[in-house]
Design a protein around this ligand. Structure first.
Ligand SMILES: Nc1ncnc2c1ncn2[C@@H]1O[C@H](COP(=O)(O)OP(=O)(O)O)[C@@H](O)[C@H]1O
Ligand SMILES: O=P(O)(O)OC[C@H]1O[C@](O)(COP(=O)(O)O)[C@@H](O)[C@@H]1O
Ligand SMILES: [Mg+2]
Length: 566
């Protein structure tokens, strides 16, 4: 990495720039030549921000070492070997993804067939620069280090597979989510239309389908209409991840591109598959496409299907509002999905404006006494005669467990099965009002499975298409990764980064404050709760400690890389 400033060249200035003036010239991305930079001494020309920039040297960042270890900190020790961290100037760190040449260095490359594609070949600078990266954090201060970056997604000039040699497969795992079929469709069509790859198979019913079901040949024709349907045409499942059996089948069937669509559990599975593929030295690219309506996947801006879920949740909230406002002391209670993260509940509440109280897993609440839910319900009914409550399915689980002690149960993937907070709350509210001799009507609506089973809306469809295309470009270029949007740009993210921590609503952030102010509900938080949340937040945002130190060993699974506030 150069030790001085590299500025992308303004097109119209091309002829005016002289050698030696601190401006870099990017090569035309359509040309087969690698990018050329004119590395010039910044101090020689007064560029708008060069005066500040040039004074910042590597040594200005005592935390650089810590930044460099950003990934390693959140890795299990045995995974640390897979981290690819590349340090640049001014505190820049590239948290890079795995590439086939990391373990097969002699692989030949081929020109990208897109350069002859009638649609794409006309696009100016269609290929991304091999050095393009996307910053994890975009809000910075004057003296901030440049921070962690991910490799930018997109088509490369050279690819590592010849179209006729590609044998690709697609699998969907975990719970349903709007948009699954769109991603499948766009993978099949994108491979065929952009790269002339026509050997594509669907794996049926999740990971176990690799070794227990027939593979389904897929063509652009067979998937043409599937995006109009909810669910996944391939079927999905939980459990059944047997790394060795899966990779045996990949190897036996000669598959060399594996597209894996699923949530946090699925991406962990994809990482295990990748590691086994690498251990066996196979020329196979693994592309993870993150899915979950809970929006709990770390690093990425938003998971596909989330917008659709929030939109569909409005219908349930509207119905609850109609029911509540048509009764005397009417309460409408809506349960929405969100096992550990209350994003759907929070966004649906903010969007609706009919909701008087939103309860999410991240924010503890209590029922009885001053500042509790019952007191608020009584007040709201007195003021307005009706109210709407939205509760995320993972909220209040500790309270339920206290009143109905049952042993924890797990699903086939090892996720904790939740108790029905909506039903429990309905009974609690009814009992409370009865004890107070308050006439009331409560209607409980549980639209959870209806929401996640619908097809994706228009904006999610476009998002799914772009995710699928980014995944294809990355796999063709020989990378293994999870693809996702980071600060509005598509990026290839190392598997460990999306699996080491969960995206959660931060109750110390402005978004949750906006919600509290829009509903006017109590925060239910004691001073101690707030201090605790702030401390957790502080620890989560703390610069990571170097791998190998005793603190690292103690805290290696801590969430050090959580998303910043949007
Ligand atoms: N730690 C893990 N290692 C390997 N595979 C996993 C892991 N966790 C989950 N999986 C597999 O990923 C698939 C989906 O996981 P699950 O948690 O049910 O859904 P999601 O991927 O939507 O979070 C399942 O087949 C499960 O066996
Ligand atoms: O009842 P199921 O199908 O196991 O799924 C329930 C869970 O699936 C989800 O919809 C999505 O979770 P995943 O993305 O982890 O699959 C959660 O909101 C919900 O708790
Ligand atoms: Mg999950």
């Amino acid at each position: 990495m150069a030790s001085h400033i590299i500025l992308p060249k303004e097109e119209e200035e091309e002829e005016e720039v002289e050698e030696g003036l601190g401006v870099a010239v990017e090569a035309d991305h359509d040309s087969p030549e690698p990018p050329r930079y004119r590395h010039l001494q910044p101090a020689q020309k007064a560029l708008p921000f060069s005066a500040t920039c040039v004074r910042i040297s590597r040594d200005s960042y005592p935390n650089l070492r810590a930044l460099r270890n950003a990934s390693a900190t959140s890795l299990r020790d045995d995974d640390a070997a897979f981290a690819k961290l590349d340090e640049g100037d001014y505190g820049y760190v590239l948290d890079d993804v795995q590439h086939l040449t990391d373990y097969l260095p002699e692989l030949p490359t081929f020109p990208n067939p897109l350069q002859d594609h009638p649609a794409y070949s006309t696009v100016k600078q269609y290929f991304v620069n091999a050095d393009d990266t996307v910053p994890e954090k975009v809000v910075v201060q004057k003296n901030s280090p440049r921070g962690v970056h991910f490799r930018r997604a997109g088509p490369r000039q050279r690819v590592y597979f010849e179209p006729e040699d590609v044998k690709a497969c697609i699998v969907t795992c975990g719970g349903l989510c709007p948009g699954l079929n769109t991603v499948i469709r766009e993978l099949v069509c994108g491979l065929s239309h952009m790269y002339n790859v026509n050997d594509v198979f669907g794996i049926q019913n999740g990971y176990k389908g690799f070794y227990s079901s027939n593979y389904l040949p897929m063509t652009p024709k067979s998937v043409n209409d599937i995006h109009k349907r909810g669910g996944t045409v391939l079927g999905s499942s939980r459990g059944g991840h047997d790394t060795h059996k899966i990779v045996d089948n990949i190897q036996d069937r000669g598959i060399n591109q594996v597209y894996i669509i699923g949530g946090d559990g699925t991406q962990k599975g994809a990482y295990e598959i990748f590691k086994e593929i690498r251990r066996r030295g196979l020329k196979v690219a693994v592309a993870g496409i993150p899915k979950t309506i809970d929006n709990d996947i770390a690093v990425i801006d938003k998971s596909f299907g989330f917008d659709t879920a929030v939109e569909e949740a409005q219908r349930a909230i509207d119905a609850a509002h109609v029911e509540a406002s048509s009764a005397e002391n009417g309460i409408g209670l809506v349960k929405l999905m969100g096992r550990y993260s209350g994003f759907i509940a929070m966004y649906a509440t903010l969007a609706s404006r009919d909701v008087d109280c939103c309860l999410i897993p991240e924010s503890p609440f209590f029922l009885e006494g001053e500042g509790g839910l019952f007191e608020y319900i009584e007040r709201r009914l007195k003021e307005n005669n009706h109210m709407v409550i939205v509760v995320a399915e993972g909220a209040g689980q500790d309270l339920i467990a206290k009143s109905i002690p049952v042993a924890d149960q797990l699903d086939a993937s090892g996720n904790k099965l939740l108790l029905d907070v909506g039903l429990w709350l309905t009974h609690k509210i009814k009992d409370h009002c009865k004890s107070k001799k308050m006439e009331m009507t409560i209607k409980y609506i549980d639209p959870t499975y209806m929401i996640r089973a619908i097809p994706s809306n228009a904006s999610d469809n476009v998002y799914c298409t772009l995710l699928a295309h980014s995944a294809i470009h990355g796999a063709m270029a020989g990378y293994s990764f999870t693809v996702g949007m980071v600060n509005g740009r598509h990026a290839y993210i190392p598997f460990h980064r999306v699996t080491s921590t969960r995206n959660k609503v931060k109750i110390t952030d402005r978004m949750w404050a906006r919600l509290l102010s829009s509903t006017n509900q109590p925060s239910f938080l004691s001073k101690e709760d707030i201090m605790e949340a702030r401390e957790a937040e502080r620890l989560a945002n703390r610069l990571p400690v170097p791998a190998g130190s005793s603190e690292h060993t103690k805290k290696h699974s801590a969430s050090v890389l959580s998303n910043g506030e949007k």
